[in-house]
Design a protein around this ligand. Structure first.
Ligand SMILES: [Zn+2]
Length: 141
């Protein structure tokens, strides 16, 4: 039956996931909520788009769409992955400083990204550059 039809590809699987995602998201809202119909329309749009692509006979156009999508999605996915892999490692590094360390260093948090930083104590006002987000600010040591 699907002879001569485009069928499935990566983009269609992504559209399928979005369809389910918005349908499920709608369940978290009350029946009376105006958000619910909006979400089901979005979900239906993704489902329709997926169906349209599946049954399409224009293979070239569909392939191009898929390639465009992948060239955007793949780098994004890599970034996303490395972000989540970095998470626990950063947390692991956040060991509570010992008493001796606390006496030697002043600990503080970057006002922009909440990265924990330290400076040697007793050096007066210091200009600090955050190691994570490169935010510059002054601190009394
Ligand atoms: Zn920062």
């Amino acid at each position: 039956m699907l002879q001569g039809r485009y069928g499935n590809d990566y983009l269609n699987r992504a559209l399928g996931i979005l369809t389910v995602f918005f349908a499920v998201l709608g369940m978290f809202f009350k029946y009376t909520s105006p958000v619910r119909p909006i979400l089901s329309v979005i979900s239906a749009l993704f489902a329709g788009l997926m169906l349209f692509r599946m049954l399409s006979r224009d293979f070239n156009a569909r392939r191009l769409e898929n390639e465009k999508f992948l060239s955007w999605w793949m780098p994004f996915r890599t970034k996303l992955k490395s972000f989540f892999q970095k998470g626990p490692r950063v947390r692991k590094a956040r060991v509570t400083p010992t008493f001796a360390e606390r006496r030697k260093y002043k600990y503080f948090i970057c006002p922009q990204c909440a990265q924990r930083l330290r400076v040697p104590r007793g050096k007066g006002k210091l200009r600090v550059t955050c190691t994570r987000c490169a935010n510059k600010f002054e601190i009394k040591s």
